[in-house]
Design a protein around this ligand. Structure first.
Ligand SMILES: NC(=O)c1ccc[n+]([C@@H]2O[C@H](COP(=O)([O-])OP(=O)(O)OC[C@H]3O[C@@H](n4cnc5c(N)ncnc54)[C@H](OP(=O)(O)O)[C@@H]3O)[C@@H](O)[C@H]2O)c1
Length: 219
């Protein structure tokens, strides 16, 4: 029988992360969910019954917490087939320049961008042990400069400065990292879980085509 692949999903306590984790479980992955606080507690309960699911408490803004995650990954798993960077912080809707609080902006960059860099650095040796290692960075149209200039794009009038700029940084990072990884086995992808026709202003369903696009990446 085919050996289970191992996926690390950052956060799956809310919304989309949970749907991604379920799809991975359905497709022969062991899934490690890295979650914080209340999400950690509720996921830990939900996962008790699921054989291939493990939940680890991680705060992505804490180096100490990330070190503990590293220890678990290296000592109990020894390899990784998929890193799914899904965790996010989003706030500051409608804020103008005079309302921005720099500490909030930095916090969003910590979770949405710097944590991804740290996780890629941390897991690269484990990914190199897989036959077909992948990294998926979950992004948003709000971080796509061309979409945000297009008035017909449903989020184009959102002024979520910290969130949008952190996702734009993530997108550029993914492009640069893909170039670096090109000669290696590791592939890295940006994945926007909201296509325009499913863009429903804060309520997201995983549309059929988004689901299919995700499946193409994971199988
Ligand atoms: N939903 C949308 O409309 C939409 C659209 C486009 C793209 N996306 C992308 O899709 C992904 C998932 O979105 P979502 O709407 O499902 O997200 P969500 O419901 O906001 O969930 C994000 C999770 O990240 C966790 N998190 C935040 N800070 C953390 C930290 N310091 N340490 C550990 N975990 C932390 C949050 O935990 P807490 O619950 O404890 O805060 C939350 O459970 C994100 O990358 C997002 O950018 C979403």
């Amino acid at each position: 029988m085919e050996e289970n692949r191992i996926a690390l999903v950052t956060e799956a306590g809310n919304g989309l992360g949970g749907m991604f984790a379920d799809l991975l479980l359905e497709h022969n992955y062991k899934v490690i969910l890295a979650a914080a606080k209340k999400s950690y507690q509720s996921l830990a309960k939900q996962c008790e019954e699921v054989e291939d699911c493990k939940v680890i408490e991680v705060d992505f803004t804490s180096n100490e917490s990330l070190c503990r995650l590293k220890h678990v990954l290296y000592s109990y798993y020894g390899k990784l087939d998929l890193l799914l960077n899904n965790a996010e912080v989003v706030n500051g809707f409608g804020q103008k320049i005079n309302q921005l609080v720099l500490e909030d902006v930095k916090y969003q960059f910590d979770v949405n961008f710097f944590a991804v860099l740290k996780l890629v650095q941390m897991t690269k040796p484990l990914l190199e042990k897989s036959n077909n290692p992948k990294i998926i960075n979950v992004t948003s149209g709000l971080g796509d400069i061309n979409k945000m200039k297009d008035k017909t794009f449903c989020y184009s009038d959102y002024s979520l400065t910290a969130y949008a700029t952190s996702k734009a940084a993530l997108n550029m990072y993914t492009v640069l990292q893909a170039r670096e990884f090109k000669p290696t086995k590791i592939s890295i992808h940006s994945f926007d879980p909201v296509v325009r026709k499913y863009c429903t202003y804060n309520s997201v369903i995983l549309g059929e085509d988004v689901r299919n696009a995700f499946m193409e990446l994971i199988v």
